[in-house]
Design a protein around this ligand. Structure first.
Ligand SMILES: NC(=O)C1=CN([C@@H]2O[C@H](COP(=O)(O)OP(=O)(O)OC[C@H]3O[C@@H](n4cnc5c(N)ncnc54)[C@H](O)[C@@H]3O)[C@@H](O)[C@H]2O)C=CC1
Ligand SMILES: O=C1O[C@H](COP(=O)(O)O)[C@@H](O)[C@H](O)[C@H]1O
Length: 266
């Protein structure tokens, strides 16, 4: 891609994982409401490429999207227990502001950080904990209706629907990635749900890279590694985006140690 890619929420966990993996592959414009630490900037990204703005600030966002070819929209309140006023402003209003500015500027594609919490209520008492385990065959594939776990999940479902609207009415390609649990270095420790939806840092960067390169119209995909324990299908991400994850929480003990290291000590 010749034009810059705008990354919102660049200073956060997901933003840093993306920049660590594919920071050198694109010409970036980075936006966050907090100033970004210089050590997290990829080489080639200077002060002129960094925008300190809130995604609810229409004018600031309009300036940030001017001339970009794509937007990766991560900025928002990531807390599953976030209160309504925060998700309404940061997640719903912020996402609408970003999508509207992108559509107005003629940006080709927007990649939206959705969440497992948009569908968390599929994890019913009668399905859990079996659905978190390797031999259980229950799968969500992205075609199901949202069933949010919480108001944060409602805001993510709203972001997906806003993406649908801006795709249908303004021809923006939109990929919504229902991210599982991004954890660096190892799957979440002693947490079955987290191990079923682990997204490693390298698979995260690769998945967003595919979202920036593949051709699609409107997609909802799950963003998890190729975990044995999965209850989210990654087939759509493989087929449409060419996602080819390298990591699997089954390669680690329940406590998060690489199995190879444990075996070599025995
Ligand atoms: N980390 C994870 O495992 C998951 C993350 N996600 C989603 O991915 C996105 C990024 O999450 P994380 O990096 O984990 O969160 P984070 O809190 O580490 O990073 C979010 C970044 O966005 C910025 N930000 C927040 N509200 C903003 C606003 N109104 N305007 C401008 N900047 C703002 C913050 O300053 C921060 O740098 C979020 O939308 C979150 O809901 C979804 C599922 C799982
Ligand atoms: O959307 C998100 O989901 C992950 C996983 O949820 P959890 O309730 O199992 O921890 C969460 O860690 C992350 O903060 C959130 O943005």
């Amino acid at each position: 891609m010749d034009e810059p890619v705008l990354l919102t929420g660049a200073g956060g966990r997901v933003g840093r994982a993306i920049l660590a993996g594919i920071g050198e592959a694109y010409d970036w414009r980075l936006l966050d409401r907090e100033p970004l630490a210089e050590e997290h900037l990829p080489s080639g990204v200077g002060a002129d490429d960094v925008v300190v703005a809130d995604v609810t600030d229409e004018e600031g966002v309009r300036e940030a999207v001017a001339g970009v070819g794509a937007v990766v929209h991560l900025a928002g309140d990531p807390r599953p227990n976030a209160p309504w006023d925060s998700v309404l402003s940061n997640n719903i209003d912020g996402t609408q502001t970003v999508l509207a500015a992108a559509a107005e500027a003629g940006v080709d594609r927007v990649v939206f950080a959705s969440s497992n919490h948009a569908v968390g209520a599929y994890e019913t008492d009668d399905r859990t904990p079996d659905m978190y385990r390797k031999d259980d065959e229950f799968r969500l594939n992205g075609t199901e209706l949202p069933r949010p776990s919480n108001l944060y999940g409602v805001s993510k479902a709203a972001g997906e629907t806003l993406g649908r609207y801006y795709h249908d009415h303004h021809d923006v390609s939109v990929a919504c990635v229902r991210i599982g649990n991004l954890t660096k270095g190892h799957p979440p420790k002693e947490y079955e749900r987290g191990q079923a939806m682990w997204l490693s840092h390298r698979d995260c960067a690769h998945l967003f890279d595919r979202c920036l390169r593949a051709d699609y119209d409107y997609e909802i995909v799950y963003g998890i590694s190729d975990n044995d324990r999965k209850y989210y299908s990654i087939e759509r991400a493989r087929d449409v985006l060419g996602y080819d994850p390298q990591d699997n929480s089954a390669d680690y003990t329940f406590g998060g140690e690489p199995k190879g290291e444990v075996e070599s000590r025995q």
